[in-house]
Design a protein. Structure first.
Length: 310
């Protein structure tokens, strides 16, 4: 019997055509098991009789009805994974051609975590995008003799894609995804990085992350704003837990919240203080940018790449 080497876990909701594209980028072979976890998709948007991957070898499809989001779906996938290495993909992204040859180089590695580079494109036009830039910079700046570059790789590189996690390492440290609407993956990645004793870094861009204007990342409603703010507080909580000094500034969020009303402003302020945030951290730069009428982004990970001015 051929040994399963890699478990690829893909959460999915309501984008079957993009899931099909993702699956098409994964080699079909007994060494790779693909676990698709559907997060209660809408029957009007998904044909469950012809679900992507249903006729694909070495592919398991799990249908959940709880509708708890990608973090919950990934945790379900973790419970079914059998391989030595765990790999995560979003259903609207895909793997690049160098994927399999690159990960194979590290199959016998005793690393806890392997970090790779990535590329990014517009999901519709496939024109180059910039969502991968921070990750790629961290990968290319990595120096095993430079503690700062190691810290950047481990603690400030929050997406689960473009990485290979040693399954035993994840189990031993009981690491799971947060089951929240936004930012469910950051704690998983930060914690896995923190407890890793051995890491490997490779410059090959095995993954392509896409830019979609209709994704949760770019929703601009008050509810989406609240979700992103809670995600920032969640990530900062992990960074404090592991004694990191660099945080995500909450001042821009608190300042911008006044557009939703005075009550929202004080609610955001109270949440920050209760969480132990330094509300003035990063405020000087933010105010300088306002006076200079410059755009300022918090992090692409949170989808706050529009103008943060009031």
């Amino acid at each position: 019997m051929v040994q399963i080497k890699y478990s690829i876990i893909i959460p999915h909701k309501n984008i079957p055509h993009l899931l099909s594209r993702c699956l098409a980028s994964i080699p079909i072979c007994p060494e790779i098991e693909v676990i698709i976890v559907d997060d209660d998709s809408d029957p009007e948007k998904v044909d469950f009789e012809d679900f992507p991957g249903s006729d694909r070898c070495y592919t398991q499809i799990i249908f959940t009805k709880e509708g708890k989001g990608a973090g919950y779906a990934r945790n379900v996938g973790l419970r079914h994974a059998k391989a030595k290495w765990l790999i995560f993909a979003d259903s609207d992204d895909y793997f690049n051609d160098c994927f399999f040859s690159s990960i194979e180089k590290f199959y016998d590695s005793n690393a806890d975590l392997v970090y790779f580079s990535a590329t990014s494109v517009d999901s519709e036009t496939l024109e180059p995008a910039t969502r991968h830039t921070e990750l790629s910079n961290a990968i290319y700046d990595y120096d095993i003799n430079n503690p700062k570059s190691i810290e950047t790789i481990k603690y400030y590189n929050w997406e689960p894609w473009g990485k290979m996690f040693n399954h035993a390492h994840i189990k031993e440290n009981r690491i799971l995804f947060d089951e929240v609407a936004v930012g469910n993956d950051a704690g998983f990645v930060i914690t896995a990085g923190h407890f890793s004793q051995i890491i490997e870094v490779d410059k090959e861009p095995i993954y392509c992350v896409t830019h979609r204007t209709d994704s949760l990342t770019h929703e601009v409603s008050e509810a989406a704003f609240d979700d992103r703010y809670r995600a920032v507080l969640l990530v900062n909580g992990y960074l404090r837990r592991f004694d990191r000094e660099q945080m995500i500034p909450v001042f821009p969020f608190i300042s911008r919240s006044v557009k939703f009303g005075v009550l929202k402003f004080f609610t955001m302020l109270f949440m920050a203080l209760k969480s132990g945030e330094n509300i003035f951290y990063g405020s000087k730069k933010y105010i300088e940018d306002l006076f200079r009428s410059r755009h300022r982004a918090v992090r692409g990970y949170f989808g706050i790449d529009e103008d943060l001015s009031l």
